[in-house]
Ligand binder design. Structure first.
Ligand SMILES: Cc1cc2nc3c(=O)[nH]c(=O)nc-3n(C[C@H](O)[C@H](O)[C@H](O)COP(=O)(O)OP(=O)(O)OC[C@H]3O[C@@H](n4cnc5c(N)ncnc54)[C@H](O)[C@@H]3O)c2cc1C
Length: 437
C-alpha cells in the first residue's frame, strides 16, 4: 500500500475534511523545509491529490470534498505537486493499468518532482487517426528496440520519461498490435528537436527514436494492449484540457530531474519567488485572460468597462466558463468513479477551444490596437499578444474540434459511426502514413 494511513480517518463530510487538513497542516507545514521534503510528506499522506484512490497516493475523496481540502491549503498558500502531463496523464494511466510495483515507483516519483513525463503519441502520419502509428518496438532479449518518429511532443525537452505507444505486432489489425511503454528519454537512441511556434516559444518537439531501448518490465498494461491503455490517457487528457475549473493547490512545485536543484530550496523561498513573478506579470498567457474575471479586471484598468459591446463579450465568456466548470466536474466524477469519461469530456474540450477564441476576441476589443504589441511593453506584459497567437492551439491538441464533433455525433446523437475500411485489415497490409509510399 503506497499511502501511509496510520489511523482510519473519517472523511465523509466537509467539516471532517477541513479538520483533517488543518491537523495535517499544523503538524507538517514548515516554510523552512525544503520543497523536496514537503512534497514527500504530501505524497505519502494522500493529501497531494486527495481525489485519487486511497491506496494510491490519494484519499478517495469526491470532487466536492477534495475542493474543501484544497480550499484549506489555499488559506496558507501551500505548494502542491508539479503540474503538467506527468500528473494529468501518466499517473492516472499507471494507477489504472500498471502493476503495483509500477504504481509505487512511477507515481510517487511524479508527485515528489523526481520525474517529468511527456506524451509520445502523435506521429507525422498519425494524429487524429492515432492507431495508424508506425513507430515499432521489437523484442531483443529482455528489452525492446524502438525505431520511429514522434511529433508535437509537448515538453519533450525537459522530460525524463515518455509515455510511448509503439507497434509490437504489425500482423494484427491496427488497434490491436500496439504496446504502451514508459521509456527513459535520456539515452543515445532518442533525439529531441524543439519546434518553434508562431509565438516564438518552443514548447514542443520532434522526437526521433533510433534503436532506442526500453525494458520489457516497462510495459504498462500488457503486451499489445496499448490501445486500451492509451484510451485512458486520452480520456484523462480530454477531461484535463476541458477543465475550466480544475481542482488543485494554489501553487505547484517545479518537477523533473532538471529541477532537482530548485527542489532543494525552502518552501518559503519558493512561495515568495512565485509572488514576485505574479506581481511582475510573468504568468502564463493562456491562464491570464481566459475567464470573465480577468477580462473584467483588464477592462477596468484600461477604462473600457463602460463599453456595452465589451461588457456583453465579458459576460458571455463568464457564462460559458462557469457552465464548462460544472460540466467538467461531472466528467471528472465519471473518471474518478473508475470509468472513462463519456462524451461530456468532449463537450468540455470543445468549449475550451471556443472560450479561448472568444476571450482572444474580447481581449483584443478591450485593448484596441495596443493588443498587437508583443513583449513587456504590450498589454499584460505582452500576454495578450501571446494569447492571440496561441488561441488556435486548443482546437488541435488533445483531439481536434472535428474529432470531438465526431465523438458527440456518434455517442450522443446516435449518428452512424464513421466508415473505417482499414479496421479489420492487418496493419502490415495498410496504406497509411509513410507506409503508403
Ligand atoms: C500545441 C500542441 C501540443 C501538442 N502536444 C502533443 C503531445 O504532447 N503529444 C502528442 O502525442 N501529440 C501532441 N500534439 C498533437 C495533437 O494531438 C495532434 O496535432 C492532433 O491529434 C491532430 O493530429 P494532426 O496534427 O496529425 O492532424 P490530422 O489528424 O492530420 O488532421 C488534419 C485536419 O483534418 C481534420 N480531421 C482529421 N480526421 C478527421 C475526421 N475523421 N473527421 C473530421 N475531420 C478530421 C482535423 O480536425 C484537422 O483539422 C499537440 C498538438 C498541438 C497543436
Amino acid at each position: 500500500m503506497a499511502t501511509e494511513t496510520t489511523t482510519a480517518e473519517q472523511l465523509d463530510t466537509p467539516s471532517q475534511v477541513r479538520s483533517a487538513v488543518t491537523a495535517f497542516i499544523d503538524e507538517h507545514w514548515d516554510p523552512s523545509a525544503s520543497l523536496k521534503d514537503w512534497l514527500g510528506v504530501l505524497a505519502d499522506s494522500g493529501w497531494a491529490v486527495p481525489q485519487w484512490p486511497a491506496q494510491w497516493f490519494g484519499k478517495g475523496l469526491t470532487n466536492d470534498l477534495a475542493a474543501v481540502a484544497y480550499d484549506e491549503f489555499k488559506k496558507i498558500n501551500a505548494v502542491g505537486p508539479p503540474p503538467g502531463l506527468s500528473r494529468m496523464l501518466a499517473a492516472p494511466t499507471i494507477i489504472s493499468h500498471g502493476t503495483d510495483e509500477q504504481r509505487s515507483a512511477y507515481v510517487r516519483r511524479i508527485l515528489v518532482g523526481e520525474d517529468a513525463w511527456c506524451q509520445l503519441f502523435s506521429e507525422p502520419g498519425a494524429g487524429s487517426d492515432l492507431a495508424s502509428l508506425q513507430t515499432r518496438a521489437e523484442l531483443d532479449g529482455d528489452e525492446y528496440v524502438v525505431n520511429g518518429q514522434k511529433v508535437w511532443t509537448s515538453g519533450a525537452m525537459g522530460s525524463d520519461v515518455g509515455m510511448l505507444i509503439a507497434r509490437t505486432d504489425p500482423d494484427a489489425v491496427k488497434h490491436a498490435g500496439i504496446t504502451y511503454f514508459a521509456i527513459e528519454m535520456d539515452q543515445p537512441g532518442i533525439e529531441v528537436r524543439p519546434l518553434r511556434q508562431i509565438t516564438g516559444e518552443a514548447h514542443f518537439a520532434e522526437v526521433f527514436l533510433t534503436d532506442a531501448r526500453v525494458s520489457a518490465d516497462n510495459i504498462i498494461g500488457g503486451l499489445n494492449n496499448g490501445w486500451n491503455v492509451a484510451r485512458t490517457t486520452l480520456a484523462n487528457e480530454r477531461v484535463g484540457l476541458g477543465g475550466g475549473g480544475s481542482l488543485g493547490f494554489p501553487l505547484s512545485a517545479p518537477g523533473g530531474r532538471r529541477s532537482a536543484q530548485l527542489l532543494e530550496q525552502s518552501v518559503g523561498e519558493f512561495v515568495e519567488s512565485q509572488k514576485r513573478a505574479a506581481t511582475g506579470g510573468r504568468v502564463p498567457a493562456m491562464m491570464m485572460v481566459r475567464n470573465g474575471e480577468a477580462l473584467a479586471k483588464m477592462a477596468k484598468s484600461m477604462g473600457r468597462d463602460q463599453d456595452p459591446a465589451v461588457r456583453q463579450g465579458i459576460a458571455r465568456v463568464h457564462a460559458l466558463t462557469s457552465l464548462n466548470r460544472w460540466n467538467t466536474l461531472r466528467a471528472r466524477a465519471a473518471v474518478e468513479a473508475g470509468g472513462r469519461p463519456g462524451p461530456e469530456a468532449s463537450l468540455g474540450k470543445l468549449m475550451v477551444s471556443r472560450i479561448t477564441r472568444m476571450s482572444r476576441d474580447v481581449g483584443m476589443e478591450i485593448a484596441g490596437p495596443s493588443g498587437m504589441l508583443a513583449g513587456e511593453d504590450g498589454p499584460l506584459h505582452g500576454a495578450l499578444a501571446l494569447q492571440f497567437l496561441g488561441a488556435p492551439a486548443p482546437s488541435i491538441y488533445g483531439g481536434s474540434d472535428e474529432v470531438q464533433h465526431n465523438i458527440i455525433g456518434e455517442r450522443v446523437l446516435g449518428l452512424p459511426r464513421e466508415p473505417d475500411a482499414s479496421k479489420d485489415v492487418p496493419f502490415r497490409s495498410l496504406r497509411t502514413g509513410t507506409q503508403s509510399q
